[in-house]
Design a protein around this ligand. Sequence first.
Ligand SMILES: Cc1ncc(COP(=O)(O)O)c(C=O)c1O
Length: 390
Amino acid sequence: MNNFPISTIRRRFTSLQGPFTYLDAPGGSQVPDEVGEAIADALREAAANLGAGYPSSNRAQAILEAAEANAAALLGCGPEEVTFGTNMTTLNFALTRTAARDMQPGDEILTTALDHDAGVAPWLELAEDRGLVVRRVEILPDTTLDFEDLQSKLNNRTRVVAFAWASNAIGTVTDAARVCQLARDVGALAWVDAVHYAAHEAIDVRRIGADVLLCSPYKFFGPHLGLAYVAADVSASWRPYKARPTPNTPLGRRLSTGTFPFELLAGFNATTDYLKSIGGFDAIAPYERALGQRFLSGLPDTVTLYGLPTMEGRVPTFLINVSGLDGTELARHMVGQGIGVWAGDTWYALDLYQRLGYERTAVRIGFVHYNTAEEVDQALAALASASDQS
Ligand SMILES: Cc1ncc(COP(=O)(O)O)c(C=O)c1O
């Protein structure tokens, strides 16, 4: 933990200079100042559309091309395989509809009991419209994916296996390469929700063998945007919903709708520059794991943790309750101690919520690379004092 330059990193965030401790990154992270500055610069200098040939338009063009290249480097794909959108949910509704244009009634989609509903609802709505069948893959009691159940549900009608790489509620990580391989074995598309994972670990779509992968830069120190990878052979086979004059190349742009949010793409470029400057996820992941381990090791006995009890197979996102307290009371206590967390019921993971079985709400505590060991200790002290109150 010692050689991660945490003090230098934190100085790049105005929002981290005050006394408040942000442990709420799973809902949207803090953003380094340079991202906001890049957005403001773009609004000053690149407020134009593409193709006009004068400087502001050329700047907008350069921002878009840089964003495609940066997204490609981040995800391990080609720039023509990248699409931007409003957020993951909107992109997923659009891409699922495009993918389903050649699906037939009775075709099957698998989702999992770990998923955020943004990865499930688009398929359920399509099933309603088009007679598709959505089947849910179960989890084991320890909250990891039940691969036997997955294998038993794959068949020659399976068209898509959609799954969350990491759970936004409890942090459990799924072996994405294994799921993608099983999907491919039956000729189905591997459709990955990497929204939660992307803030914690490096992504390489080729290594895991994904066909489609979605994430949201606002979860990893960037602006409010959605980002998708669609494998070139897959998007080339799709007939996208698009305005007719929209260019057909690069492929990813065919899947975008309307004018690009150039200022947010400029912010995204600043985000990827920021990540590179601190050593990327190779530097981030071990530091975060140490924070997570410190938290797990110090948890008071009064805390119930939902999910994996070690850092093996998880990212440092923890869902908890303290005995004798409602989640809302616990969150209020922590906010009173200067810690930004809140209590939620389903955390949008509807199936998981049913399986975890807590009453009403639980509090989610998420550590990312800008958090410190002292903040972990502050959270542990707040949990201990919450226990005293109960
Ligand atoms: C795992 C996961 N998937 C999907 C989403 C939806 O993302 P967005 O807010 O970009 O639509 C979230 C948001 O919290 C998430 O955590």
